[in-house]
Design a binder for this molecule. Structure first.
Ligand SMILES: [Zn+2]
Length: 534
């Protein structure tokens, strides 16, 4: 067997996408504790109760933050989609499925020059093996690089030979007696299965863009992670389980129920069941390590990229474009009629929303006017960041390479959402949740919002953080830590546990080390521009 330097252990990061911190230890109607595996892992290691993600609390931004230990202003991955220079609406792709325009995903070249942890692992130990097993292919596209040896996602043509095909599955699992009826459980068919019967009590979504290849089950992800260990035994593996996020967007958050208006449309049973299912999959992974006697030499880190909130009724949806139009501020992008293109005489380029965050692309000279109009007339706003505010918080990257940066970012209060305009990544609905026409049908019938659950809350969101590393001297057992920590600190901690030299690009600090706690080592200042790559 391969020999490792002392202190160098296999590290497995399991990121439960969309997992609220308060789901830890929650109890449900049909099970007792919904997270028995996480609770038992916490007893074997250390749990940080006050871990926050970074703003905006959306997927790509936070997975990138974790894997590079840098803030948005450094890594520059602002949300799932990007606004490219020279991108006008004439060049937007028109989706064959629902006729809406979508922006392009980020391509990995935007991280050029900024090391991911895969690079750090290889720098310190060139013979080590790294793997990324990921329930969202597009996050893989952002994070994958030359130092990531094994990249697995459903439908990837270059998956290793042992990878199985992703089967159909039910979000939230099978229905049981006493379940909320609406919205029903969703059945995600295997890719290409357009006319199969869905299991009783489920709605099938036989569309090209919502299938088990785009949203594989957590079971599938854990299967591939286990096989990857059997075949390649990676030293560092990042696993993304996506079902909590998909279920959260579809059913809302079960712990958000003390806000009025929410109980009518959330499906708490489906959410609780999904949490139990996801926890059980992690148990399967842990049990596998125990069976092969490698659990004692492993580091397991459980965390998340953001939480999830349930939205108010549809009639309470906010509308940034409308408020701006009311103030005589016109959008340049022609988003309504074919051909899209631009209209002359618009004041700002475009705006779209992701969760309850809205990005506005405008010129510097209209920034103030837009901000003031929104502050005055837009309801349920928590905060509006212009360039200065973004810079203060390490969120401003500015236009770089071919990316255009949103000069204004609007954050709504947690339970409010902007209108889904259909031409952008509104609530991420176009790709990951119910297709828009389905959403509109349900919304119309039940008075529910465009997206039932979403995220991107006004402040950094609380996410779970559990670190287990049996018999590793620095890692305590059964400790609950209430210090304020950040997802940025996760990989600096692994780096320090491995006794690797401090990585200068890290903006987080190593936890568990005295220098990080006693001296209150100041976090690296946010870098406005890390590197100018050509
Ligand atoms: Zn996410």
């Amino acid at each position: 067997m391969k020999k490792y330097k002392q202190g160098e252990r296999k590290t497995y990061i399991i990121n439960i996408d969309g997992m609220r911190a308060d789901y830890f230890g929650a109890t449900g109607n049909h099970q007792e504790c919904l997270t028995p595996t996480l609770v038992s892992l916490a007893k074997k290691g250390i749990r940080f109760t006050k871990c926050k993600d970074i703003l905006p609390a959306v997927t790509a931004t936070n997975h990138t933050a974790i894997l590079t230990s840098t803030r948005l202003g450094t890594h520059g991955i602002c949300g799932a989609w990007t606004h490219y220079k020279g991108l006008d609406f004439a060049h937007l792709r028109i989706s064959s499925q629902h006729g809406t325009a979508q922006m392009d995903y980020y391509k990995h070249r935007h991280l050029q020059g900024l090391p991911t942890f895969f690079n750090v692992v290889k720098m310190n130990n060139p013979s080590s093996v790294t793997a990324l097993v990921i329930g969202k292919h597009w996050v893989g596209e952002v994070l994958n690089d030359d130092d990531c040896d094994i990249l697995i996602y459903a439908g990837n043509a270059s998956n290793p030979d042992y990878v199985t095909s992703s089967k159909g599955h039910i979000l939230g699992g099978e229905r049981h007696e006493g379940d909320s009826i609406l919205p029903p459980r969703l059945y995600l068919p295997k890719k290409g299965d357009r006319f199969v019967r869905s299991p009783k009590g489920t709605w099938i979504l036989p569309f090209k863009q919502v299938n088990a290849d785009l949203i594989p089950s957590d079971k599938w992800i854990i299967d591939q992670a286990i096989q990857t260990i059997c075949y390649h035994d990676p030293d560092f593996m990042y696993i993304l389980l996506n079902n909590m996020d998909s279920a959260g967007h579809t059913y809302g958050s079960f712990s958000d129920t003390n806000t009025s208006n929410l109980n009518r449309f959330i499906n708490p049973d489906a959410m609780m069941d999904q949490l139990f299912i996801t926890d059980s999959e992690i148990k399967r992974f842990v049990d596998f390590l125990k069976r092969r006697h490698s659990f004692e030499n492993s580091r397991i880190i459980i965390t998340s990229d953001h939480g999830m909130s349930s939205m108010k009724e549809a009639k309470e949806a906010c509308d940034v474009r409308k408020v701006l139009a009311m103030n005589g501020i016109k959008i340049r992008a022609n988003t309504r009629w074919l051909p899209f293109g631009y209209k002359d005489g618009g004041d700002y380029e475009w705006c779209f929303s992701e969760g309850n965050t809205v990005y506005i692309y405008c010129r510097e000279d209209v920034e103030k006017e837009i901000k003031e109009a929104l502050k005055r007339d837009l309801k349920h706003v928590h905060e509006i960041f212009d360039k200065n505010e973004q810079m203060k918080r390490g969120m401003w990257k500015g236009s770089y390479q071919d990316v255009v940066w949103p000069r204004i970012i609007v954050f709504f209060e947690s339970n409010y959402i902007n209108m889904g305009y259909g031409d952008g990544a509104a609530a991420a609905s176009a790709r990951f949740q119910l297709q828009p026409h389905f959403q509109f049908l349900i919304a119309k019938a039940y008075g529910i919002p465009f997206a039932i659950g979403t995220h991107g809350t006004p402040s950094e969101q609380a996410v779970p953080l559990i670190l287990v590393s049996p018999d590793e001297p620095k890692v305590p057992t059964g400790v609950t830590n209430n210090n304020k920590v950040s997802v940025l600190d996760i990989l600096p901690t692994v780096n320090a546990l491995n006794r690797w030299p401090e990585q200068p690009t890290f903006e987080g600090i190593p936890l568990l080390f005295k220098e990080g706690v006693i001296k209150k080592k100041v976090r690296a200042k946010p870098r406005i521009q890390v590197r100018t790559s050509k």
